[in-house]
Design a protein around this ligand. Sequence first.
Ligand code: 4NP
Length: 162
Amino acid sequence: MRILFLCLGNICRSPTAEGVMRRRLREAGLATDVDVESAGTGGWHVGHPPDPRAAAAAAARGIALESLAQRLERSHFDEFDLIVAMDRDNVADAQAVAPDAEAASKLRLLREYDPLAVASGELDVPDPYYGGEDGFERVLDMIERGCEGLIAEIRGARAAGA
Ligand code: 4NP
């Protein structure tokens, strides 16, 4: 299975989700079964490493962010089984890139996998780029919960033989 995490710049939220998910997949013994990458709907930071503030917040939790930014392309919809976006703007932008409706049906929001977020109705991981340091901590907390739910979903699907 291949999962692509998606945000706007691919230097803050989606690289964080990629790093968190990779660690959780390792812990769950699923690292060889599930590949993760990340991308952005915008192209400004293509080739850049993650934002130092995102990298520092992740490093404080023992998570290395090692991706280089790439922009979402039509071909990603073929290459990945699931495209997990950080906010609804990312979903709308990605729908415009998707080759067809079937491809667009691979789009999800990360917080859809967090039951507390679903209950609250607050499904966006907010963009921390222009905010303060505490924004990065909050974003990490949201991403950890979303990835926990996503791992549970993957485990459930495997147990069901999917
Ligand atoms: P991200 O944050 O989408 O979480 O990577 C952003 C990074 C850069 C920009 C916007 C959002 N930017 O406009 O350059």
